[in-house]
Write a protein that binds this ligand. Structure first.
Ligand code: HEC
Length: 134
């Protein structure tokens, strides 16, 4: 039976390379890959309710330039009382807490959202910041 072991060992390195290739497109620098991941999270989790076009609101307000702006500040959007009364700036740290559990940070918010895991929040927030700078 022992003579099978070397075969298995020879398979391990090529499996590692295959997994790396699937996970990280080798032609993209790391931060581009992160932004692409953030864009994907936005498309799947946010775009149904938020646009990134200034002034275009869906169920939620436009998120154009949201990183660094005051909470509840979009002039022509009707926020809940929770958002209107929030004395918050959407820094990456505050956004991170909100997206982990919106109702825990702002009880009574109308944003019905179950929260994102950490590995989705980081690329998403980077992506939102990047879009705001364009
Ligand atoms: C089901 C619809 C829905 C989804 C999905 C959703 N949102 Fe919201 N969002 C809202 C609504 C509605 C508000 C306004 C909440 C209020 O007034 O209490 C809001 C508010 C916000 C705000 C505060 C904006 C401001 O101007 O203060 C941020 C930031 C935000 N959402 C980010 C996100 C992100 C990022 C995602 C994706 C991970 C997301 N939302 C997914 C509906 C949604």
């Amino acid at each position: 039976m022992l003579h099978h072991a070397p075969v298995a060992l020879r398979l391990v390195p090529s499996l590692g390379i295959l997994l790396m290739t699937l996970g990280f497109p080798p032609d993209l620098p790391a931060d581009e890959a992160l932004l692409a991941q953030g864009e994907r999270v936005f498309r799947n989790q946010c775009r149904g309710c938020h646009s990134l076009t200034p002034g275009m609101h869906i169920a939620g307000p436009s998120l154009h330039g949201v990183v660094g702006r005051n909470a509840g500040e979009v002039a022509d959007f009707e926020y809940s009382r929770a958002l209107q009364g929030a004395q918050l700036v959407w820094t990456p740290e505050v956004l991170d807490r909100f997206l982990a559990d919106p109702d825990a940070l702002l009880p009574g918010t109308r944003m019905v959202f179950w929260g994102l895991p950490e590995d989705a929040r980081r690329p998403l927030i980077d992506y939102l910041r990047n879009v705001g700078e364009q």
